[in-house]
Structures are given as C-alpha cells and as structure tokens.
Design a protein around this ligand. Structure first.
Ligand SMILES: *Cc1c(COP(=O)(O)O)cnc(C)c1O
Length: 389
C-alpha cells in the first residue's frame, strides 16, 4: 500500500513511512527495519544509493519516523532529534541571529525557558515573557527586533490555553514566525499548523513515544525555506535521533490514537472524582466546564489530553504525605506514558522557578500535577481515595 493523505489518523499512525518494500531483492517488511549502519556504500562516486550517505545526514529508520510524524501533523516536512530540547535548540539556531527578539508565553516548559535565558543568552537574543492567554498581550510585546513568537498550549502545569489562530494572525501581520510546542496534546488532539502556526515542536519523549522508554524531539514545518535551514543544522549540529530510538518511537506512535482516547477518558474521571472531594480545593483540567478556557479548548483541539493539576487543601506537609501514600501513581517527573505519574511542581519540575513567580502564576505548595495513565480507572480512583483519607 502507499499512504493516502485522506486516510484517517490511526491508519496513518500505523502505515505512514512504513510501506513495505516490494522491489526485487527487498523483503517486504511490514515494520521498518532498524538500520544501524552509520555509512552507506555506493556503486559510483557521484551516486549515493537511495540518497543515503551517512547516518547523521539521513538514515532510513529515522526517515520513516520523520515521514510518519509529518503525515500525522499535516506537515510537508518532519525532522527527528535526540530530545525535545535538541529540536528546540536547532530551531532557534536556524532562524535567529544575534540581536533578534522573541515574544514567549510566560508559562513555558522550564527547560525551554532555561534555553532562552541561560543558553542562547550568549547569542544576545532578547526575550519578553507575556501572558499569551490574552493575544493582545502578545501583540503589545512585539518590537521592531521581534522575529519569533513561541507558545505552548495547554501549558504546564497550569493547563492554560492560548488561542493559536488569533496569535498566528497577529504573528503574520507583523511578519513573525509562530512556533507552537504541541507536546501536551500531540497531533491526535491538536494540529497547530492547520490553525496557522509556522512550526510545531514536540518532546516525543511524552505522548508520541508514550511508554517512558525513549527520549526524542521533533520539528514539523510546511515552509520549504524554514525546513531547509533547520534540516541543514540538524545535520550540521548533529543532534539526530538514533536508529533504535527512532524505531521505539515509531512503535509507540502506532497506538497513539487508542492511548490518547483512554488517557483522556481516565483523566476526565479522575478530574470529576477530585472535583467532588472535600479535601481538594480546585481541579484544573481543560475538559472540565469549570476551566476558564473550556470553550476555546473545545474549538481549537479535538480533545483535552491526559494531564490535570489539582490543589489540595492544607499545607506542603499534607501534600507530601498524600503523595507518599499512593501505590499505583508513581511519584515522578515527566508525563505522557501509559503509566500514571504524579508530582509536586513546587519542589520538582518547577523548583527552579522563583517562589514569587510561582506564587504569582499559581504554582502553590499544594498544587499537584497528574499525568493520568491508562490503567484500570477503578484502581486509579481507589488509590487516590485511600491516599486522600
Ligand atoms: C518534556 C518537554 C520538553 C522537553 O523535551 P525533552 O524531550 O525532555 O528534551 C519540551 N516541552 C514540553 C512541553 C515538555 O513537556
């Protein structure tokens, strides 16, 4: 078969990039082989076999993944990197020069902020952090030096939603490039390129890989000029996803649709359970009617994902005691795997954020983030119940 553009998401997730090779001498594998070879022989000096020369530049297993990711995100081009942060770094290196300015959402993944503030500071980029849930704040922060707008929606851990379409319109009016980190919803629930974004970045370590066993990142674009620049640096810098990791990610993606349906179903049940518990102050989940941007979440995405946060009544000590009592939920950072993970942002993922900033944006001492897994829902609820008691 060849993968048709009109196929549904689950069909593309299974088949795109992995069409069997029926040519003479090929074996017709239904799963792309793990091509470990770092170099590829040719019969003639000027004619690399199948375009392959050296694995950093192009590798058949990684190419299968890049094709599959592009197909799922409705992108013309996909690129796979060793981590989400490697993907982001390569985008920044490729599109910015010294003196350029970025308008970024204040509630970005901590590692992204660390790149902006500590790593790329050397190249003298300016960054303004704004509350992108209000698109007019984005527009107000644009200066003549602005080149890029960078958002993440829903955000982490407060699940704030930014209006991708409105921010894309503002960005394009000012001839800026809009980058959207789509890690939290994955292309199954949200396709930012369809809403006007120019570049999508992912930590495929999360839902795309889906099994907490492979680190990776991705960049998806439609514009051939941006693609060429980023692809040039993917090879020139070399943070490419290795063949075995590409294979694990390809394997994970095949169940992305069924996994995300179940993550969301479980997350909604957990959210409703917690919302009605007397020891819980509030629950933040875009799928709840009580979420202030529930309507926007429904319009720009086809689902709400599997991550929620809630605030426990009481003190930091109460939150610590609760987390200690859980048996099914693992007390761990990261998200998006089949197993349920729970964490305390103030002391774990967001401990590097200054306390005044945490208090200002709402990351309190008893705010708990949950990546709801796909275990049996009654086991998850029973575990929360016994730990809350
Ligand atoms: C984890 C994460 C990243 C960083 O990805 P790595 O694969 O850990 O480098 C970037 N953005 C978001 C939203 C993430 O959750």
């Amino acid at each position: 078969m060849s993968t048709n553009k009109n196929y549904g998401f689950a069909t593309k997730a299974i088949h795109a990039g992995e069409e069997p090779d029926y040519r003479e001498g090929a074996s017709g594998d239904v799963v792309v082989p793990i091509h470990l070879s770092t170099t590829f022989a040719r019969k003639d000096v000027t004619d690399p076999t199948g375009g392959y020369e050296y694995t950093r530049s192009l590798n058949p297993t990684r190419k299968a993944l890049e094709t599959k990711l592009a197909s799922l995100e409705n992108a013309a081009y996909g690129l796979a990197f060793t981590s989400g942060l490697a993907a982001e770094s390569t985008v920044l290196l490729s599109l910015l020069k010294s003196g350029d300015h970025i308008v970024a959402f204040e509630d970005l993944y901590g590692g992204t902020k660390r790149l902006f503030n500590n790593v790329f500071k050397k190249l003298e980029y300016g960054v303004s952090y704004v509350d992108a849930t209000d698109p007019t704040e984005v527009e107000k922060a644009i200066t003549p030096a602005t080149k890029l707008v960078w958002i993440e929606t829903p955000s982490n851990p407060l699940l704030k939603i930014s209006d991708i379409k409105a921010i894309a319109e503002i960005s394009h009016k000012h001839h800026l490039i809009l980058v959207v980190d789509n890690t939290f919803l994955s292309p199954y629930f949200q396709k930012p390129l369809n809403l006007g974004a120019d570049i999508v970045v992912h930590s495929s370590t999360k839902y795309i890989g889906g099994h907490s066993d492979v680190l990776g990142g991705a960049v998806l674009v439609n514009d051939p000029v941006y693609y060429e620049k980023i692809q040039y640096n993917q090879n020139a810098v070399g943070a490419v996803l290795p063949p075995f990791d590409s294979y694990l990610t390809l394997r994970g993606i095949k169940t992305l649709a069924v996994r995300l349906e179940q993550h969301q179903k479980n997350a909604l049940e957990v959210a409703h359970y917690l919302e009605n518990h007397p020891k819980v102050k509030k629950v933040i989940y875009p799928g709840l009617e009580s979420h202030p941007q529930h309507a926007l979440a429904k319009v720009q995405a086809t689902g709400f994902g599997g991550v929620l946060s809630f605030e426990l009544k009481g003190t930091l000590e109460d939150a610590k005691a609760f987390l200690k009592k859980l048996n099914v939920f693992a007390l761990a950072e990261s998200l998006g795997g089949v197993e349920s993970l729970i964490e305390l942002p103030s002391l774990m993922t967001h401990s590097s954020v200054a306390k005044e900033v945490r208090d200002k944006i709402g990351i309190t001492d008893t705010l708990i983030r949950v990546s709801v897994g796909i275990e049996d829902i009654h086991d998850l609820i029973a575990d929360l119940k016994q730990a809350l008691e």
